[in-house]
Design a protein around this ligand. Structure first.
Ligand code: BDR
Ligand code: CA
Length: 314
């Protein structure tokens, strides 16, 4: 199985992605780092470890990452979307395992050295830890196989401003560094994640699943579905992070994913946090410009909802 480092801000859809990864024999979750986003990095680690305990996978190291973005301070997360505790108010039994003594940045660097050329990274929160890791170990991009990032809005509207998506908006400086580094990035933006949803029927299947972690995520989805109803007018939630996970695992394949230069606006203007993809030409092969090794997923062969439910709810 392919070694994987997961960087997350757990988070309801992060929890679903985690449950899915644990149920995927194609990957071996070698370590998890947390970052502030939906909740603080510390709370994200508590949530992650509680979920791992439910899955009987407490041996997976979980390291707490940066609380603050590269510039400024953590703004307090999104309790309106993910609940105060990040899991829609569902309280899980706290894990007995302690967080790894390393910070998330050192955990990532250690894993990249342990699995040179093999380690894959899945980033489903703000990109602070990844940017700091490149800074601390400039060889990192050469050591890892590739990076899959849930983030951005390329042609679609943003979800925290007219143009910015939450993971990028929470740390645009970090996103700029990660998307311009010398490695292969697959960007999974709102353009495609908003097209992949789960509704109450799907939630009920999770509630009846054999695995405790699937049932817990099913419970936490209640508040998330309510939030979507409130904001978008339909009670079905987007599967942002699970789609990125399934694209990494390969159970869902991109069918339209141009390789185009992407830059991140990290100015202080109204565009802050925007992912600007140069779609002119939509070149498919590698091109020789900064940021060009970024593949932007716009369409996929399958809906991730049924793929997830197959693995999590039998
Ligand atoms: C992203 O932001 C977070 O709220 C979700 O977990 C997802 O990673 C969607 O914009
Ligand atoms: Ca997330």
């Amino acid at each position: 199985a392919t070694p994987l480092y997961l960087d997350c801000d757990t988070g309801i859809d992060d929890a679903l992605a985690l449950a899915y990864l644990l149920a995927s024999p194609e990957v071996h979750v070698a370590g998890i780092g947390t970052v502030s986003g939906n909740v603080s990095a510390a709370v994200a680690a508590e949530n992650t470890q509680a979920l791992l305990a439910l899955a009987g996978r407490e041996e997976i190291p979980v390291a707490v990452g940066s609380t603050d973005p590269l510039r400024g301070t953590f703004a307090g997360g999104s309790p309106d979307v993910h609940g105060q505790n990040g899991l829609g108010g569902v309280s899980l039994e706290p894990a007995t395992a302690r967080p790894d003594p390393r910070d998330a940045v050192d955990l990532l660097i250690d894993l990249a050295r342990q699995y040179p050329g093999e380690l894959r990274i899945l980033a489903i929160g703000p990109l602070t830890n990844l940017a700091q890791a490149i800074e601390r170990e400039p060889e990192l991009p050469a050591l890892v196989r590739d990076v899959v990032v849930m983030g951005g809005a390329v042609l679609a509207p943003g979800n925290v401003s007219a143009v910015a998506e939450a993971n990028i908006a929470n740390d645009p400086e970090a996103a700029a560094a990660v998307l311009s580094a010398d490695w292969d990035v697959m960007l999974v933006p709102l353009d495609v994640t908003m097209e992949h949803t789960l509704d109450e029927l799907g939630r009920r299947r999770l509630l009846e699943a054999p695995e405790a972690i699937s049932r817990a995520v099913g419970e936490s989805l209640e508040a998330y579905l309510d939030r979507y109803l409130q904001v978008y007018g339909y009670r079905a939630c987007a599967l942002h992070d699970p789609l990125a996970a399934a694209l990494l695992v390969g159970t869902v394949q991109p069918t339209r994913a141009p390789r185009v230069p992407v830059v991140v606006d990290h100015s202080d203007g109204p565009g802050r946090g925007q992912t600007i993809a140069d779609m002119r030409g939509q070149r498919r092969g590698p091109v020789d410009v900064p940021g060009a090794r970024c593949q932007v997923v716009l369409e996929t062969d399958l809906q991730v909802g049924p793929v997830l439910l197959d693995r999590l709810a039998g």
